[in-house]
Design a binder for this molecule. Structure first.
Ligand code: GDP
Length: 365
């Protein structure tokens, strides 16, 4: 499964947020194959459509799809040079698929800040620079390897050399590798480098309890938004402390609590959704009397692969995918009605699955 890593300087609220994630935790019984790793927290992906489908189909059981966050401890200035947990830290980032960078926007005299003051842009730049420096090392080493072959006019080496040179230039200009545009084919070469700054990133602005209802009153949040918009990155505002409290509540209590705070959705729920889509993930549903269930897939995959997410046998013996879009099903009011109206399509092996598809797979065993 794809995972998003939570990074940030010390004392910005990472552990508090990660606590909220593990406490809110998905019901383990539903996800028996999930990683058992203390640094991984598994949460259910909030999805209103699943509730609506449950009302419609009235199954015995409803199972949301899940998403993993990985807690990545302790980055400090100089990590790329081996400071603090240094290289260990960077190798953990290498293993995640997207980065959620927690930025301290709350001011609290009692909680020290590593740099002595709360300055979100300074903080962001410290982390981003460490990632850039680590990538610069990777790219420089790689250039040394292909340089000779490129000089001998080895075709592939020449192409790779050009790509590497472009990435290196960007990194030297303190820009992430993801900011460099490449053709789809060249993108594959870049992917093979496993660069840290190629990974998609979003910023998590951690504000204080009394600011969640109106976060833009916090000038630090404004600064983070400005910075992120230049990169085309998303900003999710949360109060990690509140998320930690909410994570101990049941569903109804949670709704009431959020109401009192004057917000409609918890910061964590927003973060889950944003991370999910940052990774190019989407959801399809299966809806039967036994069970209504949400499944995560990577956008762009075809019906047999989507079937394989449920079970490898479904993929191997794939025949057809009886598909109705969520919207059509809700409009029709029931599966039977949707069928009568001709809204249920029989899709074959080349069908590209869409977000919100409600699918019944037909397969040979
Ligand atoms: P980490 O080092 O990034 O993991 O930071 P922690 O989660 O341990 O938080 C550092 C300190 O900041 C702790 O004392 C937290 O209680 C406090 N803290 C974290 N989030 C918030 C928040 O949203 N508001 C306030 N006021 N304090 C927070």
């Amino acid at each position: 499964a794809l995972t998003a890593g939570i990074v940030g300087l010390p004392n910005v609220g990472k552990s508090t947020l990660f606590n909220a994630i593990t406490q809110a935790g998905a019901e383990a019984a539903n996800y028996p194959f999930a990683t058992i790793d203390p640094n991984v927290g598994i949460v259910e992906v909030p999805d209103d459509r699943l509730n609506k489908l449950t009302e419609l189909v009235k199954p015995k059981k409803t199972i949301p799809t899940a998403f993993e966050f990985t807690d990545i401890a302790g980055i400090v200035k100089g990590a790329s040079k081996g400071e603090g947990l240094g290289n260990q830290f960077l190798s953990h980032i290498r293993q995640v698929d997207a980065i959620c960078q927690v930025v301290r926007c709350f001011v609290d005299e009692n909680i020290t800040h590593v740099s002595g003051k709360v300055d979100p842009i300074d903080d962001i730049e410290i982390i981003n620079l460490e990632l850039i420096l680590a990538d610069l090392e990777t790219v420089t080493k790689r250039i040394q390897r292909v340089e000779k072959l490129a000089r001998q006019k080895d075709k592939e080496a020449v192409i790779e050399y050009d790509i590497l040179a472009k990435v290196k230039q960007a990194l030297e200009d303190e820009k992430p590798a993801r900011a460099v545009e490449f053709s789809e084919e060249h993108q594959k070469v870049v992917k093979g480098l496993h660069l840290l700054t190629s990974k998609p990133m979003l910023y998590v602005a951690n504000v204080s309890e009394d600011e969640v209802a109106d976060p833009d009153g916090n000038e630090n949040v404004q600064k983070v938004r400005e910075y992120a918009s230049k990169e085309g990155a998303e900003v999710i505002v949360i109060c990690a402390k509140i998320e930690e409290e909410i994570s101990e509540l049941d569903h109804e209590e949670k709704e009431m609590f959020l109401d009192d705070l004057g917000i409609t959705e918890s910061g964590l729920d927003k973060l889950i959704k944003a991370s999910y889509s940052l990774l190019g993930l989407a959801t399809y549903f299966t809806a039967g009397e036994q069970e209504v269930r949400a499944w995560t897939f990577r956008k762009g995959i075809k019906a047999p692969q989507a079937a394989g997410i449920i079970h490898t046998d479904f993929e191997r013996g794939f025949i057809r995918a009886e598909t109705v879009s969520y919207g059509d099903l809700v409009d029709a009011g029931s599966m039977g009605q949707a069928r009568e109206k001709g809204k249920v399509r029989l899709e074959g092996k080349d069908y590209i699955v869409k977000d919100g598809d409600v699918i019944h797979f037909r397969f040979n065993v």
